[in-house]
Write a protein that binds this ligand. Sequence first.
Ligand code: GDP
Length: 316
Amino acid sequence: MLLPDSRVYVAGHTGLAGSAICRRLEAEGHRNLLLRTHTELELTDDGAVERFFAAEKPSHVILAAAKVGGIAANAAFPAEFLSVNLRIAANVIESAWRHGAEKLLYLASSCIYPRLTPQPIREEALLTGPLEPTNEAYAIAKIAGLKLCQAYRRQHGFDAIVAMPTNLYGPQDRFDPEAGHVLPALLRRFHEAKETDAPDVTVWGSGSPRRDFLHADDLAAACLAMLRGYSDEMPVNIGSGGDTSIRDLAFLIAEITGYRGAITFDSSRPDGTPEKRLDITRITALGWRPAIDLRSGIEQTYRWYRENCARETATV
Ligand code: GDP
């Protein structure tokens, strides 16, 4: 059972999802968080992971560490996205089980569903069709991680559960115009265009793809609900329950950042999956609801970006 003094290891605690999960755990009185930065613990190194688990023996493990990136980074570095994420999952799941962890929560991703699948996407759609080519390497690694959780549960009775988060955003995201995901990339691009009075901002693709955006703080609440109340091999979708076109997102971000110039859609850039709205029946049955609407979530994220990143990125 997850108690305030449980030894909880959050792998990936400096990232978007992991940092939100830590904030939530701390806010709920958890005082025994085990955290290691990437420099302190290389999760692709099986020996290092094994030694860490042998020494620290966490009772709960949240696997939020991954090599992640937007549509361009996925297409450019498939070898790393596949290899790094496979090794992280294999090492952490094996060591957690071997050293007696009571429960492990693995964060997969909505991009592992087939490219064309009925909306909203139910968990049962997994592996029913071909994947989206722009993020196939990442998706295959995440599917393998999910299958590892199911295999350790079946073979060893290990209580490994899987969350399927949608497109996340929030503080600690990567506000990188090339390698980042769409929401942080556009926040930065529109912010810089506003600051420099640029006449035009380019948005990739046609603007018609639809994405289901969820604030990382909402994801964190859902992860805790799963740790406390879920134990089954079926993965659980975590989404907002709605979706937004990239075009509408761009106009919303322009409004929030105060940018008044033109917006151009560059159709030479890939659109990726046309839509991926998640069915959230399973997670809402655990009593969870998203609490942060898209506009106020972006406003809060934009404040965080201005306070923490805008000065350093403005000179890049
Ligand atoms: P995806 O959900 O895996 O496709 O991840 P992304 O967040 O990278 O992209 C979502 C959608 O936003 C795709 O249709 C992109 O073409 C579109 N998009 C528009 N502008 C940008 C941008 O500046 N960066 C990224 N990453 N995507 C963009």
